[in-house]
Write a protein that binds this ligand. Structure first.
Ligand SMILES: Nc1ncnc2c1ncn2[C@@H]1O[C@H](COP(=O)(O)OP(=O)(O)O)[C@@H](O)[C@H]1O
Ligand SMILES: [Mg+2]
Length: 368
């Protein structure tokens, strides 16, 4: 799968931009704040219908302008397909494939897979469990359409149940019958979601281990484990045991919406005990495993976006990574770097096809 062309109008710090890409390495070089990451984010829109960084679409419109348009031309099967995303302040998002608007955006998710590796991935270690659930859920949603629908249904039921708990609390009342209506559905969806997540991890973990060994060049023992609030018990039992607590705080405290992933290195918490280098390798291995996993499931090489990867790796590991992604098992790659010469040197040695674009304050120029 190749992104052949990208066109931007009023997207973030760009007025207008047209870019053509080669089938292997495409680099955006320039100083900080010039708009390199914004280009990756525009590509992210084409795949996920949204920004990687900012959930509020309208904030990605260039300041003081009414709309943005991001268009991409992707060749997946020998034909070029056009993807269009238009955001206008105060209007519904327009997302089209070959000029035809989707009925639901979820139809698009997974068609043009993409993996972004960015300095902000460290959130996976430092932020709350929601970020780790999102990581897992977003991979699963790319190949399992039902999963996304189950998650949406579960969340809806959960909101209803929490509203009811709140109602009981405020009215000093309780009616087990009306709660059970929600509980039955919550349990059914909840158990399914947890099973799908665990099955996903069973396939994902071997890929993750393999990539960590490659990146770190060590035999350090790492682990990634599903940590469930159910602790291998039936949701029904755990839910009924937590009822008095849930009523007191008017919130459902157990279920897949509270589950987490536990990251460990040599049996210890990655967050508390691992070195920065080990943490970076761990994150990179997670992302490379994501790539490999999606590639197998979708039988398509995802676009790979590497944002400021030097932040993550020393020189040797950087070269190792470039060597890895230049291989057959990877497809088209987009890289940002603040040092134009550094990336050029590495790519020259590598012998793969490459294009370098120089980015300066929203203006893009082909460079060597
Ligand atoms: N909606 C927006 N309108 C105008 N400029 C924006 C908008 N969103 C972000 N920017 C600008 O984009 C620049 C950051 O671009 P970015 O791609 O992150 O730079 P870098 O080259 O360091 O990766 C900042 O100067 C920021 O002010
Ligand atoms: Mg950047």
């Amino acid at each position: 799968m190749i992104l052949e062309r990208l066109s931007l109008l009023n997207f973030k710090n760009y007025d207008e931009a047209q870019l053509e890409f080669c089938s292997k390495f495409n680099c955006f070089v320039g100083n900080n704040g010039m708009g390199k990451t914004n280009l990756l984010d525009a590509i992210h829109y084409l795949s996920f219908c949204k920004s990687y960084f900012n959930a509020v679409d309208s904030q990605n419109i260039k300041h003081n302008l009414p709309f943005f348009v991001v268009q991409g031309w992707i060749n997946k099967t020998g034909n070029t397909e056009e993807i269009y995303c238009g955001i206008k302040r105060g209007f519904k998002k327009q997302f089209k494939h070959n000029k035809k608007e989707y009925e639901r955006l979820s139809e698009h998710i997974g068609l043009y897979p993409l993996v972004m590796i960015s300095p902000s991935d460290s959130e996976l270690i430092w932020d709350g469990s929601d970020v780790r659930r999102k990581f897992m859920d977003s991979i699963i949603s790319q190949y399992n359409k039902n999963y996304l629908e189950k998650l949406i249904a579960f969340t809806h039921i959960l909101q209803q149940r929490n509203a009811l708990l709140k109602h009981f609390y405020e009215n000093r009342s309780f009616d087990s019958m009306s709660l059970e209506v929600w509980d039955d559905q919550l349990i059914a969806y909840g158990e399914e979601i947890i099973t799908i997540r665990k099955n996903f991890l069973n396939e994902f973990i071997p890929l993750f281990n393999k990539n960590y060994q490659f990146i770190s060049g060590t035999n350090e023992i790492i682990s990634l484990e599903y940590q469930s609030t159910l602790k291998n018990r039936f949701y029904k039992d755990v839910l009924s045991e937590s009822l008095s607590r849930d009523r007191a705080i008017q919130y459902t405290t157990v279920g897949p919406h509270r589950d987490d992933l536990d990251f460990r290195l040599e049996y210890n918490s990655l967050k508390k005990f691992a070195s920065q280098g080990q943490q970076k390798s761990y994150l990179l291995a997670l992302k490379l495993a994501q790539f490999e996993f999606i590639k197998e499931k979708k039988q398509t090489k995802p676009l790979l976006l590497l944002d400021d990867i030097y932040d993550k790796l020393d020189e040797t590991r950087f070269k190792k990574l470039i060597e890895l992604v230049s291989g057959e098992q990877f497809g088209q790659v987009f890289i940002t770097d603040t040092h134009p010469l550094r990336i050029k040197e590495v790519l020259k040695q590598n012998k793969s096809e490459y294009v370098i674009y120089k980015v300066e304050g929203g203006v893009i120029e082909k460079h060597g």
